[in-house]
Design a protein around this ligand. Structure first.
Ligand code: MRU
Length: 345
């Protein structure tokens, strides 16, 4: 089994997701700056995985602070946090993880023992890693109850073990259902332009011997209309207080198509993805990525040189298209303002 992310004495070890599925390469990132760059470059990606990796990056940075001056120590700590916060704007798990690390930092800072402080932040990052796997399993169990015994499930992007510390959110629900004996057929959208579906979801489901059929993004409507999809399950990068869901670009189109075809549309995400400080999807910042991701496949150009490109990495699905939001604490349904507030409390 592969390990998406790992804490070692040498630094944070990441499975380089840019190289999958053709190469399974693990790289060590030995400083917090290197970890931040790895998140930016999508060596590691997926909201929960970004959060846990950032926490490990902070622990690594704090471990390497060499000063006895408390003022300088805090300055350096804040610089580490700011550097990691500036990597990717949409997944709220990143900011959630940084806040959690800050809390532990300040709780321990007041004792004035920097060795103990360094250990406490490291322990917190490791705790977050372990919790993430556990809560994905719980979410999986809860979500599996929504799936028919025999189901054809469409998913988008990668919300699997590669997008988390392990097991996955949307793919965690699929894994749990398969473990319970459901007979599932997964349809994976390739997910242009970064191809998380083709390169990552197809790879990890195939490794687990879960039946998966790869389709291009523009085939989804055809499969839904011809009665070949029973439900859609996706992950999320940020869920606003009203239940609007930011997820990989293309998710909104799927949700609209699902409603049009009377197919349930489920979102699986941990409560750390719920952002009750953001009232609706309109306020969610959408990351704009390099046009090169659209004009090229790896190094090969597939569009004319110099063409104008737009490349928003995420879109927002309005809550009215979401049948249910599966979390580790329970399943939320409309009205989401109320149900999500209860789950987060
Ligand atoms: O740009 P990415 O690959 O980080 O986007 C990932 C997604 O959109 C996932 O669906 C989301 O983070 C949920 S992962 C459990």
């Amino acid at each position: 089994m592969f390990k998406t992310l790992e804490w070692t004495e040498a630094g944070v070890v990441l499975l380089d997701q840019r190289k999958l599925p053709t190469e399974e390469v693990y790289q060590v990132f030995g400083t917090y700056q290197e970890v931040a760059q790895a998140i930016k470059d999508m060596v590691v990606r997926g909201a929960p995985a970004i959060g846990v990796t950032a926490a490990m990056g902070i622990a690594l940075g704090v471990k390497q602070i060499e000063t006895a001056d408390p003022v300088v120590f805090v300055q350096k700590f804040l610089l580490i946090c700011d550097t990691l916060a500036a990597t990717r704007p949409t997944a709220v798990n990143l900011f959630w993880a940084i806040e959690r690390m800050k809390k532990v930092f300040y709780e321990n800072f007041k004792h004035g023992d920097f060795t103990r402080l360094k250990r406490a932040v490291e322990d917190e990052a490791l705790q977050m890693q372990q919790e993430d796997v556990e809560l994905n399993r719980r979410m999986g169990q809860l979500g599996a109850s929504l799936l028919p015994q025999k189901a054809r499930v469409l998913t988008h992007c990668n919300a699997g073990a590669l997008a988390t510390a392990g097991y996955g959110t949307a793919l965690g629900v699929i894994r749990a259902a398969v473990e319970q004996g459901n007979s599932l057929q997964v349809f994976a959208d390739e997910t242009r332009p970064f191809l998380q579906g083709a390169r990552l979801t197809a790879w990890e489901l195939q490794k687990d011997q879960i039946p998966v059929t790869l389709i291009t993004d523009n085939m989804a409507g055809h499969f839904m209309k011809s009665g070949r999809i029973d439900c859609v399950i996706v992950g999320a990068d940020r869920i606003a207080a009203n239940g609007d869901v930011a997820n990989k670009i293309g998710t909104y189109s799927l949700a609209v198509l699902a409603k049009e075809n009377s197919i349930p549309f489920y979102v699986a995400a941990p409560t750390s993805t719920l952002d009750l400080n953001t009232p609706s999807g309109e306020q969610i910042p959408i990351e704009q990525r390099s046009g090169q991701e659209v004009t090229h496949i790896k190094e090969t150009p597939i569009a004319p040189h110099g063409i104008d490109v737009a490349n928003p990495a995420f879109d927002v699905t309005p809550n009215r298209y979401v049948t249910a939001i599966i979390t580790e604490r329970g399943i939320a349904k409309s009205p989401y303002d109320e149900s999500l507030r209860k789950l987060k409390a």
